[in-house]
Design a protein around this ligand. Structure first.
Ligand code: IPE
Ligand code: IPE
Ligand code: MG
Length: 252
């Protein structure tokens, strides 16, 4: 059942972010090797892209691989990278057919040239698409991104391109990898962990967070739609007092 009316789409929910966690525990639970969890997790990611298309979400950011994830066993890292390159080859047609624009945030200096080439091609081939923007965070951490921004900003200050007294939040945002992307309205983290694990640290300042217990490979459309429904019932106050209180106090 489509529980979201067309009218309410997009209005307050432009950008959904996801920390896709729990692949390994899903595999363990199902008596399978860890790589099977990643394989199923990649399928879930494609499903979530479809849910976003259905709900006309404009931006979806997926945390695919963190800088800290390089510390995992080489075999696991190699498998995740293989899965990524396979997805880039197999899913490019899906991206084009569904008007999806691919973007990548992250360091990428440790990613193999064969994968960065596939990424570049997919980004290039989808750059004029106007539907969903799909942001993949790869070899990414929030602290790394902020540090990179500080380095570029410092360099511009030293070249007198920027006046230090005029630096404000919108200007700082221009130095982030997400400079052209609105901050996430909603963050979902699966698998019961209640932490950000270095994801989008600047951008998540006022994001509504949903920590849910389901493991990523078990995530489905009903859970997705229920989260959106609950999101729409939350009041985002951004430091102000409640709209209702505001209206009633106006009358007193
Ligand atoms: C998320 O699942 C995938 C990546 C971090 C790449 P995990 O592999 O972290 O799954 P758990 O946390 O071990 O269950
Ligand atoms: C976060 O999951 C990173 C991604 C989903 C890519 P982790 O499984 O790496 O996070 P921690 O280690 O439990 O914090
Ligand atoms: Mg994990």
């Amino acid at each position: 059942m489509n529980i979201i009316t067309k009218k309410s789409q997009n209005k307050d929910l432009r950008h959904i972010s996801v920390i896709m966690d729990g692949n390994g525990r899903w595999a363990l639970k199902n008596d399978l090797p860890r790589f099977e969890g990643h394989k199923k997790g990649a399928k879930t990611a494609k499903c979530v892209i479809k849910y976003c298309l259905k709900q006309k979400i404009q931006y979806l950011s997926l945390f695919a691989f963190s800088k800290e994830n390089w510390l995992r066993p080489k075999k696991e890292v190699d498998y995740i990278m293989k899965l990524l390159s396979r997805s880039l080859i197999n899913e490019k047609k899906f991206l084009i057919e569904n008007d999806i624009k691919l973007k990548v945030i992250g360091d990428l200096s440790n990613i193999s040239p064969s994968i960065t080439k596939l990424l570049d091609q997919a980004i290039n081939d989808t750059q004029n698409n106007k539907g969903l923007t799909l942001l993949i965070a790869l070899d990414y951490t929030g602290r790394w991104e902020i540090l990179e921004a500080v380095k570029k900003l410092s360099s511009d200050i030293s070249k007198n391109n920027v006046d230090i007294n005029n630096i404000d939040e919108p200007q700082f945002k221009n130095y982030l990898q997400t400079s052209d992307i609105p901050d996430p309205d909603l963050l979902i983290r699966t698998s019961g962990e209640k932490r950000l694990s270095n994801f989008l640290l600047w951008q998540l300042s006022y994001t509504e967070i949903f920590f849910i217990n389901e493991l990523w490979p078990d995530f489905n459309e009903t859970i997705f739609n229920n989260i959106i429904l609950e999101f729409k019932n939350r009041e985002r106050r951004f430091g102000k007092i409640s709209e209702q209180l505001n209206n009633s106090s106006m009358n007193t």
